[in-house]
Ligand binder design. Structure first.
Ligand code: HEM
Length: 444
């Protein structure tokens, strides 16, 4: 018996196929704890069927280790058809194999530490402009505001555009994004998908104008776009215009929806945990209020660091990652057949009782040097994924969250408006159902 035959003779992971035609899709949509409940019943691995797609869910240190250590041989990224069409074939999230690896090296240059630290003051200024506005409005629905903030930061960082959410680019982006998560690809003009495809064209045209302008100015150093325009692959080839446009759209998306979710979870959890907020404010008293933030100051904000880590553990903006199995393999004596999909669950991994004490509780102390619960447990803390597709923008994300949080807690206060629905919608990213309504004020 060959190794492949042996793998094929193993049994499938435990689980259920659900109803004919739809499988367990309705259960998945209705129940945010769909995966968690099944992991509790079956353990680290279970199978299900969603429409006609067979899916295997994985969670936990060992399963993640298996996935990320064997990614090259057995797995490939898998996106919905709509997502692929809207991001474009030459975007990092869709590319696979050697071209993906080569592009990661190029795009990584756009997130090098020098560029990140050059942007600290820019991010601070954008945050201050928003705080000032919110202070004047006093009552706000925070989620859409945070979305504008992260869009402005992403556009400034990536393409050097100021106040992007007030431009047409912002409007087109808003019409484009909902299409990414629509299953309906029928060519009817009024569907989210068709509207998004029309907006994609406008977005690409606008980005092209910005690129051509930049090339005329000969400015290749000040932001990510400049660096991408100049970057070369290992054979000395530059990225062509079409690809740069697609890469920029992919980065805008990857970097801004996730961060919006993270910031809204931070604001919600701090409003609900007064003692954490108080301790954060005490830490901030060590830093001069009238001086701009610097990398050195940010590095010393240890408790804030713990709080941000805990926010991303408890409510990870990306709850799961998807892969296609390209060659039959085995895990825990179960067969993982070629053609099936893998969902590796970040949210469930972060709820592992073997790693985290009372994992459902918001407890930043679990990341203190004394407890450090996930230390020496590889792949038990993976808000940014891991392996060949680990988040390229994770340092930018951490920096932006830290700057925003430091200024917010030292200078402002906010209270949740009563009688709103604070339960989370999880698709496409976690966010409070009523959008997080707050009273916002300057601290005395
Ligand atoms: C809190 C904020 C963020 C979170 C939680 C997050 C999370 C993730 C996760 C889990 C993945 C891996 C998905 C997979 O395994 O398939 C990923 C990939 C990626 N992220 Fe992020 N991300 C964040 C912010 C950003 C930012 C700010 C950028 C850039 C502007 C960015 C750019 C990317 C890119 C380009 C990839 C794809 C990498 C590849 O396919 O090789 N992300 N992110």
């Amino acid at each position: 018996m060959t190794v492949t035959d042996k793998k094929k003779s193993l049994s499938l992971p435990p689980g259920n196929n659900g109803l004919p035609f739809i499988g367990e899709l309705l259960e998945l949509i209705k129940d945010p704890y769909f995966a968690q409940k099944r992991h509790e019943k079956y353990g680290a691995i279970f199978r299900t069927k969603l429409l006609d797609q067979n899916v295997i869910y994985l969670r936990g240190t060992e399963a993640n280790n298996f996935l990320f250590s064997n990614e090259k041989e057995y797995f490939e990224t898998q996106l919905f058809k709509t997502t692929e069409a809207l991001l474009g074939k030459s975007s990092i999230s869709v590319q696979t194999g050697p071209i993906h690896q080569s592009r990661r090296k190029i795009l990584y240059q756009a997130f090098q530490p020098r560029l990140l630290s050059n942007n600290i003051n820019e991010i601070e200024n954008i945050a201050r402009r928003y705080f000032e506005n919110w202070k004047n409005i006093k009552i706000l629905t925070w989620y859409p505001e945070l979305k504008k903030f992260t869009f402005d930061v992403a556009c400034k960082f990536l393409i050097g555009l100021e106040k992007a959410s007030d431009t047409q680019l912002g409007d087109w982006y808003e019409a484009w994004e909902p299409g990414l998560f629509s299953f309906n690809t029928l060519p009817l003009p009024w569907t989210n998908f068709s509207r998004a495809m029309r907006s994609r064209k406008k977005l690409l045209n606008e980005i092209e104008k910005i690129i051509l302008d930049r090339q005329k100015q000969n400015d290749f150093n000040s932001d990510a776009l400049g660096i991408l325009l100049n970057a070369q692959d290992e054979n000395g080839n530059k990225l062509n215009l079409e690809e740069i446009k697609n890469q920029i759209i992919a980065l805008l998306f990857a970097g801004h929806t996730t961060l919006t979710s993270a910031l809204s979870s931070l604001c919600l959890l701090l409003a609900q945990h007064e003692h954490v907020l108080t301790r954060l404010r005490t830490e901030q008293e060590k830093f001069p209020r009238d001086e701009p933030l610097t990398l050195e100051m940010l590095k010393k904000m240890n408790y804030l660091e713990q709080v941000l880590q805990e926010v991303l553990r408890l409510i990870p903006p990306v709850a799961a990652g998807f892969r296609k199995i390209i060659k039959t393999c085995e895990f825990n004596n179960y067969q993982l057949p070629e053609g099936w999909m893998i969902f590796y669950s970040i949210a469930s991994t972060h709820q592992d009782l073997r790693v985290y004490f009372e994992p459902g509780r918001f407890d930043p102390e679990r990341f203190s040097p004394k407890r450090n619960e996930s230390k020496n447990k590889p792949y038990s803390y993976i808000p940014f994924g891991a392996g060949m597709r680990e988040c390229l923008g994770k340092e930018l994300a951490r920096l932006e969250m830290k700057i925003f949080a430091a200024l917010l807690v030292r200078e402002y206060e906010w209270k949740l408006i009563p009688s709103q629905n604070l339960n989370l919608n999880f698709v496409p990213v976690p966010r409070p159902i009523d959008g997080l309504k707050v009273y916002f004020n300057q601290r005395l």
